[in-house]
Design a protein around this ligand. Sequence first.
Ligand code: NDP
Length: 313
Amino acid sequence: MPLTVYFAAGARLWPVYGEHLRAALAAEGVEAEILTDTPTDPAAVDYIVFAPGGDIADFRPYTRVKAVLNLWAGVERIVGNATLTQPLCRMVDAGMTEGMVEYVTANVLRHHLGLDRYLLGQDGWNPAEEVPPLARERPVTVLGFGELGQACGRALAALNFPVTGWSRTPRATPGLTCLHGPEGLEAALRRAQILVLLLPLTAETANLLNAERLAWLPRGAAIVNPGRGPLIDDAALLAALDAGHVGHATLDVFRTEPLPEGHPFWAHPRVTVTPHIAAGTRPITAARVVAENIRRGETGQPFLHLVDRARGY
Ligand code: NDP
């Protein structure tokens, strides 16, 4: 008897994922009927593939569902849904990780090399007065040292940046400095000439970068935030930018997306806005993760990338 998988990730995504999901399920030896419309009998669904903005608000009728498989890494828009009692798995996708490493490395190198001077100032032969520091002299801190943060940290360390990672619980990554918990945050920020945010949005991480903590950064530090918008207090960031305490902020994620027209970030000379493009889920690799988790569920193996509801990520 084939399984019933409900693709509740929005009509827009089905054309992108459909073919890859079918191929990945077949490769895992899983026989499944895939529904793309609201099921007439929710109690007959075995697995839900989900993305925020998708088609389910109330998970209670899905009484047989063994897992909800999120297509996104961030789960802040589903984890608090009280009707969802089934296991929730987030996306850890090799393609997305590679994409994030590229986005973060590019932006760290941009700030490290001071490339804006040349990219934006094509009005003459104006070399910098001083030879800029090497990467080995430019400490970078990554807040959030999980799947994405560690991959970015390793790539930056391979370019010789001294990397500090900060997490909730102790982590050990050879060659990198690992700090954790509230007691490690000040030291992580005080050394961060370039700060990368790759934290999930939870009750504990919202507004983590407030005025007091922004002041812990060295003067002129650059911030790269592909994590989530509410990790930073916007007003405090704008004040720190205006005061020149923060040299530049490259922001990919915002409290309201799309970033509203007229928002001060758009026109600020020290802010670069990218439209939540740091690292999209890659359908080919992500479909394999979904299919593997379904196969695991059917063969009694633990699901990969289970979300801890109490932690919120
Ligand atoms: P992980 O769950 O693998 O890593 C999260 C990290 O954050 C862990 O190191 C965790 O600590 C740490 N953390 C969580 N809460 C706290 C806290 N209170 N104090 C200190 N550290 C904390 O997530 P991923 O690396 O896969 O993804 C991170 C985030 O990146 C996603 O949640 C999403 O918001 C964002 N993202 C953005 C994308 C974009 O295109 N802009 C694309 C993909 C993801 P510990 O190690 O102890 O658990």
